[in-house]
Design a protein around this ligand. Structure first.
Ligand code: DGJ
Length: 736
């Protein structure tokens, strides 16, 4: 619901009600002023919140307002402009024909529509007229007439607000955008110190949660790598120092974008904090001739007054139901076995069929043939781009192999790394100019490969044709879409010299275009995203691939941090998690088959080890795990997640070092809790307090023990026993 009332200046105040949250802002002498974001408030007129005192005498005041207290230097803006009295980081900066970059925004009009109009064909939340309302503000720069359309979508049943901006060059001259963020909000200082929570990482250690106190100045998490990256996820949350999983304020900001992004959190001397997200202005410049428009990616706020858990559950529901699309959004995903850690590049049709045979016996539903099936790809030194089956390995061709796999009752999936080209490849011999490079400059190389220029239509056409050829040549149900290096020397032969600043963003749009063409041509295909593990695990990729390879680190103990970190934004259904070999290939750690299964059952479940080498006992455990996963599928993938114990919370505690989480079905009739002991301690005492249950209901576990919901949540389960390192337990509850 979106309400408007008039303020004392006769201008509109907008009150967006999204689920149980309020988002309020107003026009004040044409400036768009942020008033409030948080748990719902009943009043619509919050203009009393606008007055700020405490600015000093050096601050300029706008020429067109007479209020003595109003200064752009401290006013809380909705979309802060550039060089016009606000010295904090700006959300928009337009370079004009005369080279100047002063930019201003004044409210002109607004419109409210039911649902959510699509701005373009690129990734964004979608919602119909029963799910959301959208406010579209039209603002203009009074000096040159450039138009800014600010889109705000308030979800009706979720405390989530989506924002994006369309900038239209309605001036008489060409302009260049130097900054064009998707959203910005200025939070007033509140009583308690605030922190920024974000997800940093590297290869094998993606999305590690970190909370850091704000400083007077800027904190930035960003990417300049051409991909959203392992290093920072396009997400941050502003939280109170005392905010926990279950209490306190948490405003999450997630950017639906796969390229260079920036999230900046800037706190001024008066304690006002600006949180903004958008395309990274570094190496960005976008030219707009008169009449042309630019659409920013979408940013999503999840607003919680009840801690981090609720903030995450809002993201989960929104992304699961209103961002993921297509056949596989709701369809039960197959349990798969992937041959990468089983064989690496050393496999042939016989080996794959042998793995598939054991997989079929255990009830596994799909075999995925990973890297190494094409060209002369026997290691990572060649053949990317040559997407033709290597018949020395796959004897008799792909069709025959897939028929053999299908005959065992399994679906078949295949690996591609479409955006890459090996210098040792037929494609490179034919088209050396297709890789991203700067003429006359050395090309940096990573994993022996270059990146194809996805801004080029001829490159995308080639990839579409060659991939379509493979995908139509056999009964292929799934594609793992990998991306194993970042961009360097980013320039494109298709862009004029003064438009090279568009390269990074155009690369991402080119990628989306190809993903769109493939998913449209093959609507039944299940796409799994991957980027050396979770290096491009972002909301935009979920728009095409509802599941993503979470990390190349498959060690169950390491995965606890990675998966729980990922869960701050991303739903379980998007998290691809596999049981791999012990000792683990990345860490050398030994973990029991049971615990590896319990930890991998946190999303899209599968195996990634040589099944032919398992003992009979392990094979039996595997069948049991597959069966359990089928039984628990709905509560894991469609339920609400509660993080009970984060590994970092108890490193030195007397309960040893452990982790626990649980899923509860939306109607609270079923729950599944997992408890993992990373490192035990002497005489440990473990009372595990559950969350999210119906306090008045009675729940029975799989052994017939009965508990009241209130007891499970307030007193907890007594898990006191002499656990060993790496032990784990899964507990299933059904409401009586
Ligand atoms: C990186 C991925 O993360 C792995 O799972 C595997 O597919 C390799 N690439 C193959 O080269």
């Amino acid at each position: 619901m979106i309400k408007t009332v008039l303020s004392k200046t006769g201008e509109p105040i907008f009150h967006l009600r999204a689920g149980d949250a309020s988002y309020v802002f107003s026009s004040f002498h044409g400036f768009l002023i942020h008033l409030y974001m948080g748990p719902a408030v009943a009043d619509d007129d919050l203009e009393y919140l606008m007055v700020r005192v405490g600015h000093d005498s050096v601050v300029p005041r706008p020429a067109d307002t007479s209020e003595y207290w109003f200064s752009c230097d401290i006013a809380p803006f909705e979309y802060p402009a550039n060089q016009t009295g606000d010295y904090r980081p700006s959300a928009i900066s337009v370079a004009h024909a005369d080279g100047s970059t002063a930019t201003a925004l004044r409210y002109v009009s607004h419109e409210i529509v039911s649902g959510k109009p699509a701005a373009d064909k690129y990734p964004a939340v979608y919602a119909d007229e029963n799910e959301a309302d959208t406010l579209i503000i039209t603002a203009k720069d009074p000096a040159d007439g450039v138009t800014f359309r600010l889109y705000y979508t308030a979800m009706r049943d979720l405390p989530a607000v989506c924002r994006r901006v369309i900038i239209e060059n309605t001036s008489d001259n060409a302009i260049d955008l130097e900054r064009a963020y998707s959203a910005s909000v200025d939070f007033a200082a509140v009583g308690e110190p605030m922190e920024l929570l974000h997800l940093w990482g590297t290869w094998g250690r993606e999305r590690t949660m970190e909370r850091t106190p704000l400083l007077h100045g800027s904190l930035t998490v960003d990417s300049r790598r051409g991909a959203s990256s392992h290093h920072h996820n396009p997400f941050a949350a502003l939280v109170g120092k005392s905010t926990t999983e279950t209490a306190g304020m948490a405003v999450g900001l997630s950017l639906i974008y796969s390229g260079n992004f920036d999230i900046t959190c800037d706190t001024d001397p008066f304690g006002c904090t600006r949180l903004m997200a958008g395309i990274n202005p570094t190496d960005f410049r976008w030219h707009l001739d008169p009449g042309e428009s630019f659409v920013t990616p979408e940013a999503v706020f999840s607003i919680s007054g009840e801690g981090l858990g609720k903030m995450s559950r809002t993201f989960h529901r929104l992304y699961r139901k209103n961002l993921c699309r297509g056949e596989w959004r709701d369809t039960i995903r197959p349990v798969l076995v992937n041959n990468w850690e089983a064989t690496y590049f050393k496999f042939d049709d016989e080996k794959l069929l042998a793995i598939a045979k054991d997989a079929a016996d255990a009830g596994i539903e799909m075999l995925v043939m990973d890297d190494g099936w094409f060209g002369q790809r026997n290691d990572d030194k060649s053949s990317l781009g040559d997407w033709f089956v290597n018949e020395e390995k796959i004897r008799g061709g792909l069709g025959k192999l897939v028929e053999g796999i299908n005959a065992l009752g399994l679906k078949f999936g295949i690996w591609f790394e479409p955006e890459m080209i090996s210098p040792v490849s037929k494609l490179y011999e034919a088209h050396p100019e297709w890789c991203i490079h700067v003429e006359g400059r050395d090309k940096s190389i990573a994993r022996n490969q270059y990146v194809l220029d996805m801004t080029r239509e001829d490159v995308r056409d080639y990839l579409f044709e060659v991939m379509s050829g493979v995908l139509s040549s056999a009964n292929i149900a799934y594609v793992k879409w990998d991306f194993n290096r970042n961009l360097t020397e980013a320039a494109s032969a298709t862009l004029a010299a003064d438009r090279q600043g568009e390269m990074f963003h155009r690369y991402v749009l080119g990628l989306y275009d190809l993903l769109d063409r493939i998913t449209t041509a093959f609507p039944k295909l299940l796409l799994e995203g991957c980027s050396s593990g979770g290096g491009r695990y972002d909301p935009a990729m979920l728009y095409y691939s509802p599941q993503y390879w979470t990390s190349d680190d498959t060690d169950a103990m390491e995965r606890l941090n990675i998966q729980l970190g990922t869960s701050f934004v991303y739903p379980a259904s998007s998290m691809s998690c596999h049981v791999s070999a012990s000792p683990n290939h990345q860490t050398g750690r030994q973990t029991s088959f049971v615990t590896r299964g319990n930890v991998a059952m946190a999303g899209a479940f599968g195996y990634e080890l040589d099944l032919t080498k398992l003992t009979d006992e392990e094979k039996e455990l595997m069948s049991k795990q597959v069966d359990a996963y089928h039984r628990y599928y709905n509560v894991i993938n469609q339920g609400d997640l509660y993080r009970l114990i984060m590994p970092a919370d108890c490193v030195n505690g007397k309960i040893g070092h452990c982790a626990a989480w649980m899923y509860v079905s939306e109607d609270k009739s079923e729950a599944l809790a997992t408890f993992v002991v990373i490192r035990t301690s002497i005489h440990p005492v473990y009372f595990l307090k559950l969350q999210g249950l119906d306090p008045d209901a009675v729940y029975a576990d799989d052994n017939g023990n009965e508990y009241c919901g209130s007891t499970l949540m307030n007193a907890g389960l007594n898990l006191t026993k002499n656990w060993k390192d790496g032990d784990s337990l899964v507990m299933h509850f059904v409401k009586k």
